[in-house]
Structures are given as C-alpha cells and as structure tokens.
Design a protein around this ligand. Structure first.
Ligand code: SF4
Ligand code: SF4
Ligand code: FES
Length: 783
C-alpha cells in the first residue's frame, strides 16, 4: 500500500462533543480530536505504518448523518461534521470492542512485561465496561513461542491489530510476518515458519499495543514502576537514532524506540543492533578499574590515584604528547582533548582522530545538506557507494519509504544490498564508481527534489568519482546531499577542526612523540594496524583511556576506564549534521569515568585548569569558538537536537584545499598491492559492540571474506573454508563466504570484530588496496 504524500490542505471546521474545532483537510478524525485535547481510543491506528486499516474497531464514534458508527482512525474530517465520541452509542461500542478483545485475553497483567505501560490496560481502565459478562473458559495456547531468539510471542494476549504485520510488510518490507489460521485461532507467524529475522524486528515489540510481542532479553527483568526511562542517542552508527533507555538498579535493562519519535532522524524506528547492544556494557572485555604499570609492577589503582599518576607522567618538561581520538567521542570530549593537549604539550600537543582523511571530499561536503526526513519528500534518491542497509540501517527504512511514496531510488556501487530487489541498481565494477556518473547525472537532471546519499569511505577511495559527483549535484540547484559518515565521532570532530591521524603516525615513526594518549582508540586494529603497532612500540609512554580492553591495554603504562555512551553525557553530531544530546542512563562501572571528566581533572592536576565543570559548560565554550556550532545552546538541543552549520565545517568548501595528503580532487588512485581489489564492507551488525553483546549472538555478522564463485573456484575453496588474505598492510585468516552476487576479481572484506584483524588490512588514508587470497593452512592465524 502506498504511503499518502504530505499535501498541506486548507482548514476544515467541525464539531466534536459540542466543541468547534479546526483541522487541516485530510486529517483523520482521531488526530483532529487529539489535537483539540479529545482522546478517541485506538489500537491498530499508527500513521507511521501507512494508511489506516480499521482493524480493531476501538475508535468507533458517532457521526451525525452517517449510518452506523464510523472508525475515527480512517475517517477524514469534513466541513461541518458533527461527531460524538462520548455519546451512549459510542461508549456502548467502545465497551463492546474492549469486552470482545478481552474475551480470550489471559489478564495475566501481573506477570506481563507490558503490564503498567500497556495501552490495553490503560484503555480498558478509561474506556472499558468495568466488568466482564464472559463466563466461558478462555482459550489457552502454548506460550511463549519464540518468533526469533530475540522476539517472543504470547498468542493469548494478541488482539489482532496487525501492527506487527504491517511493520513487516510495509515498513521493513521483509514480508515475513502474517496471520495464520482464522477467528480466535488466528496467530502471528512467519510465512515460512522460519524464525522472524531481520535488521528491524524489535520495532514490532514497541508497536505491539499489548504484551503479545516481548523482548526475550528483557522478559521478566523489570516492572514499569521499578524503572526510569531516559531519552538518549544511539552511538551504533552515524545515523544517530534517538532512543529511550530503561534503567533499573543502576543497570541499563532495555533500549526502545522513542515514544515521541524524532521525525527528522529515525521516526521512532531503531535497528536491532542499536536495540540489543546494551548487554555489551557487561562484557567481560570491559575495563573495570584503572591499571598502573610502574616499578612495583602492574596493578589496579583507584581512579584518583590514576589521574594523579597520569598528571605526573604528563607534567614532564618539554614533553611531546599526542592524543588520538577514536569512537564514540562527544564533541565536548573532543574539544576538551584539544584544550588538554594544548596545556600538557605546552602548545605543541597533537590531537588527531581515527577515521578517513577524505582527500577530495571537500566539494561534496560543500553541497547543501539535508536531514533524513527530507528523503521522504524527494522525487529522486541516489545512494552512491556503501551499503545503507548494513552500515546505516535505519537509512534503509527512509529509502524504502521514499520509494513507496513514488520516488525513483537508485543504488550505485559494487556491493549487493538488501534494497536491490526494490530499487534501481547501478552496479559498478569494484573501484569504478565513476562509471555510474552518466546515469546519476541523468537521474538528477530529471528530478525536482533529488537527494544524494554518498558514502564517505567509498568516495574517499575514488576522488575522481567524488569530484564528478559533486559537479553533478551542484548542477541541480534543488539537489541536496547527505554524507554517510563512516564513524560516529567523525562529523562532530571534523566540525571542531580535528584532523585525521596520518601525521601523528609519521611523527611517532620519527620518534617525535614522547607520550601517546589514546581515547577510545586502538589504531593497532584499525587500518594499517601493523604499522601503528610498530610505531607505538617506539613511543616511550602510553596512557590508554578506553571502555573495553584493546590491543594496547597490556602495553599501556596507565589504563583509565571510560564509561560507555549509555552511561555518558554529551553531544554527538549525526551524519546529517544534527547535534544531539546523549544522556547518562546508568553508571554500571564504578571505576570508570567520562573522557570529559578525566580531561578536566587532568588540566586541574597540571595546574592549568579549564573553566568547565560540566559538558554543558564545555559545549558553551566550544560553540563560541567553533563556527559550525555558533548559536547552539546545550539546553535548547533538547531531545531532538539541532543542525550545525555544515558550511562552516573546516574543509567544507569546493575551493578549500582539505587535509594534506596524497591524491587531490580528481586524481585517480591506483590500488596498492597485487591480487584482488578489496571492497571493505562494515556491517554494524558485525562491529565490536555487536560481538560483545550476547543478546545479538544470533544475528551478529561474522568477520569474513566474500568471493564470487568463479574466484573461489579458481582457489578451489568453498563457503566456510578458511582463507588467508594478505594486503600490503598485513594478513589475516578468515572464514570464506562464496556469493554469486559478488563481483569477480574482488575480495569483499567484511570487517568488524577488531580481534579478527580484518580492518588492519586496509589503508589508513582510505585508498584502494589489493589482496592476495589463498587457502589457509590449518595452523595459520592472523598476523
Ligand atoms: S502481536 Fe501485537 S502487534 Fe501483532 S497483531 Fe497481535 S497485538 Fe497486534
Ligand atoms: S541505525 Fe545506527 S544509530 Fe540507528 S539504531 Fe541502528 S545502529 Fe543505532
Ligand atoms: S484504531 Fe481505528 S480501527 Fe483500530
């Protein structure tokens, strides 16, 4: 069913319960009444699922001049309409519907996860008959059934509202959920009988207005009166979905979509990676206490002592310090890192971030930007490079929505994606995104409201394609662009003018760094990891600030544990340039601190304190100093954020030189090495957090190499064989997946779990590399 396009209409005057109200023409009666403060009970109505279907009959109202009762969710307002939502007839109908819905409902509210936050409870209390006339025994079914390892189904509680089915059919478009059987035996199931699997399955739990669908990891964990919900932001990828986090006993127990969605970002949908990432907080890899290594040996110390020791190391005169930022890093922490380095390094401290330098991306970054909801109204959407479905999952839902609304949606690049069956595919051979340019130009030229989503990593690897794409977009004045940023820290840190770490590595290799501070960064598992390992070996002192153990933890002289994003406070900037506030949900690790807290404390210990005591104070100062944040106020960011001035981000100018490095705009970059061209694939369902969350065990994507059948045949290997993949930057032994959708002559490298060493094989500047893939011997391991 196609979504109705937004068409602003003129106003209609009508009468509801004796009150004269106004609503835009086309508004459904239920919404018009709600806007006027009159509640009409609903269950199945959910505008995000498309046109109303009138399945539950809960919203029956009396409309003068119309025969019988009408469903307010599917009846548009009309001039001079006279509506009664509380008349005897209407109330009788509401009573009747609720009585019927409860006829077989088990009323097991005391043991139901939904109890206390359940629309069925609330509406029964407010609109129901108060007592039942049903004396017959209720139907009972085996329960719960696992729809999947993550979603449990309690058939007895289902009120057949179809919300979950419509989400599956019309939003995620995975076509999996349906009703089986009829009448009181109707049951939610998958068509195939297989588990309900996908990237967005958890949204059905949020949508279910009763406790029929529940989260397996959250079952029986808490009751609504024992919990506190906090709005925050997902740090899983740069989409920056808004979510709500549930805390009990100082532990994060649950993540859900926001009941009041941020329509400019995620519309209330979150992906399963974001939803079930929270068990990673309790991963055995978590660093729980500071660790000091000195003449006495290696031992745990208290946080105060650790900060004092760090200050002692940093206080040495003439010290050349370097600070490396990874992800997630809030803009306050990034800003305070520069202030800290300036003080500790006597003006010579180097602060850099991990990430792709983005040679040749300046012109693309200078183009007018867009927010995620602008995709809904586009008539042409082109995705250039990357794979939004696996790298920025919720973007996939926007693209599907745009297509349902009639937009022409195309994906250009060398990777097969889950959107291919639904959209136009401009398949390019690996390394030749430029080949898509003529088709893209034709599509943009014929469009009135085009939007281009371009992948930072892929376009950085092909500056020629980046320059051409920028020209094509610029030629269409109405065109807007969104950069699909590769990491969650990048957009914010770039706006602060913090460059990537190429020159830091060179400085370490030239023995020009005396002390390295890493903050949520382990470059030894990032691109050119082996080179970083060697360079860090030569640095006399290392302070690591990290949430989880990394390849550097055993090498560090001092380890300071950091809070996770769900425990921390501060601002992240999304890929669409929206500054959004994370809020602390719980503090599960007593021995850990925020990066901003530690940086402030260190400046005090060094005798040159920054004036800030809180992230909001740091934000106020950075907003005063950095043009992209000018005019933004921490408190006014509220729960939905505000867009930074992207045109003021350093380097966002077609004529700007960008960051120093090889390959200017327009240059063609030849791949390093020999063998198959490496196509990096970075699924968030395979990233480090996904691997650390036991809840995601059934859906986590393995780190692996993908080959086309012809290349696998040449090697004499099949899926699940172990292959050795070697680039100029190192080698790793990984499982193989043979997939007929992959291009011949390329090695698709599904990176993710940092322990598997796949990312370390890539080039630090994002440039293309080749790899020799061979059959691994049984005893071979990654090096
Ligand atoms: S499982 Fe929940 S969302 Fe799905 S039809 Fe039943 S009540 Fe509605
Ligand atoms: S799409 Fe990205 S930001 Fe949104 S919930 Fe998923 S991982 Fe988090
Ligand atoms: S809410 Fe109107 S029929 Fe279900």
């Amino acid at each position: 069913m196609a979504d109705a396009p937004d068409t602003p209409g003129d106003m209609v005057t009508l009468n509801v319960n004796g009150r004269t109200i106004e609503a835009p023409r086309g508004t459904m009666l239920v919404d018009a009444a709600k806007a006027a403060g009159i509640e009409i009970p609903i269950f199945c109505y959910e505008p995000r699922l498309g046109a109303p279907i009138g399945a539950c009959r809960m919203c029956l109202v009396e409309i003068e001049g119309m025969r019988g009762l009408q469903t307010a969710c599917s009846t548009p307002v009309a001039p001079d309409m006279v509506v009664h939502t509380e008349s005897e007839v209407a109330k009788d109908a509401q009573d009747g519907v609720l009585e019927l819905l409860l006829a077989n409902h088990p009323l097991d509210c005391p043991v139901c996860d939904k109890g206390g936050e359940c629309p069925l409870q609330d509406r029964t209390f407010r609109f129901g008959p108060g007592e039942t006339r049903t004396v017959e025994p209720k139907l009972h079914f085996p329960k719960p059934l696992d729809l999947s390892p993550l979603v449990a189904l309690d058939r007895e509680r289902c009120i057949a509202c179809y919300r979950c089915v419509r989400f599956s059919q019309e939003v995620a478009e995975d076509g999996q959920l349906t009703f089986q059987e009829r009448g009181d035996h109707a049951e939610i199931a998958t068509f195939s009988g297989d588990p309900y699997e996908g990237r967005f399955t958890g949204n059905t739990i949020d949508l279910c207005p009763v406790g029929a669908l529940t989260s397996n990891p959250y079952r029986f964990v808490s009751r609504p009166w024992d919990i506190k919900n906090t709005p925050s932001v997902c740090a899983g990828c740069s989409v920056g979905c808004n979510l709500e986090a549930t805390e009990r006993d100082n532990e994060v127990k649950r993540l859900t979509g926001r009941p009041e969605p941020n329509f400019a970002v995620e519309e209330g949908w979150i992906c399963d990676r974001g939803r079930w990432a929270y068990p990673a907080l309790r991963s055995p890899e978590r660093i729980e206490a500071p660790v000091l290594v000195d003449a006495v040996g290696r031992r745990k110390v208290l946080l105060d002592r650790a900060v004092k020791e760090a200050a002692g190391m940093l206080g040495a005169p003439g010290l050349r310090i370097a600070v490396l930022l990874g992800e997630p890093i809030t803009v306050e922490a990034g800003f305070l890192a520069t202030e800290f380095a300036e003080r500790a390094g006597n003006g010579r401290g180097l602060v850099r971030r991990m990430g792709i330098p983005g040679h040749g991306l300046d012109a693309l970054r200078a183009l007018p930007g867009a927010q995620m909801d602008h995709i809904d109204g586009a008539d042409v959407v082109v995705v250039v490079g990357g794979d939004p479905c696996t790298q920025h999952p919720v973007a996939e839902l926007r693209l599907r929505k745009a297509r349902r609304r009639g937009a022409r949606v195309a994906l250009a690049g060398p990777r097969p994606t889950a959107l291919d069956p639904a959209c136009e595919v401009i398949r390019t051979t690996p390394g030749h995104l430029l080949d898509a340019a003529p088709v893209i130009a034709e599509m943009l030229g014929a469009a009135e409201r085009p939007i281009v989503l371009w992948d930072e990593a892929d376009l950085a690897a092909e500056p020629g394609a980046a320059a051409t794409l920028a020209q094509e977009i610029e030629a269409v004045p109405a065109a807007r662009a969104i950069e699909m940023a590769s990491d969650v820290s990048g957009p914010g840190l770039r706006a602060l003018g913090i460059a990537t770490a190429g020159d830091m590595l060179t400085a370490m290799e030239a023995d020009e760094v005396d002390l390295l501070v890493t903050i949520q960064a382990d470059p030894t598992t990032g691109p050119e990891g082996a080179r970083w390992s060697q360079a860090i070996e030569g640095v006399p002192r290392l302070i690591e600030m990290s949430t989880y153990r990394t390849g550097l933890t055993d090498r560090a002289d001092l380890v300071l544990p950091l809070l996770t994003a769900l425990e921390d406070e501060g601002v992240l900037v999304s890929m669409a340039g929206r500054a959004q506030r994370m809020r602390p949900v719980a503090r599960e690790c007593a021995g850990a601190a925020s990066a901003w807290e530690l940086l402030i404390a260190l400046t005090h210990r060094l005798g040159r304190p920054v004036p800030d005591r809180t992230p909001s104070q740091a934000f106020a100062r950075l907003a005063a100093q950095h043009a992209p944040f000018a005019g933004l106020d921490y408190r006014e960011l509220g729960t939905t954020g505000a867009v930074i001035r992207q045109s003021a981000v350093p380097g966002a100018g077609a004529s700007a030189g960008g960051e120093a490095g090889a390959g200017g705009a327009g240059a063609r970059r030849e791949p390093e090495g020999e063998g198959l061209l490496v196509i990096p694939c970075r699924p968030v369902f395979g990233d480090a957090t996904a691997h650390r969350s036991d809840a995601l065990a059934s859906v986590v994507e393995p780190t692996r190499v993908g080959l086309a059948p012809v290349d696998a045949e040449r090697l004499g290997v099949r899926t699940e064989a172990r292959v050795r993949i070697a680039t100029p930057h190192g080698q790793a032994v990984l499982p193989l997946e043979v997939d007929s959708r992959l291009a011949e002559g390329a090695a698709y490298l599904f990176t993710g779990d940092p322990h598997r060493g796949a990312t370390a094989l890539l080039a630090m500047d994002g440039g293309p590399v080749r790899a020799v893939v061979s059959v691994a011997q049984r005893e071979e391991v990654s090096t």
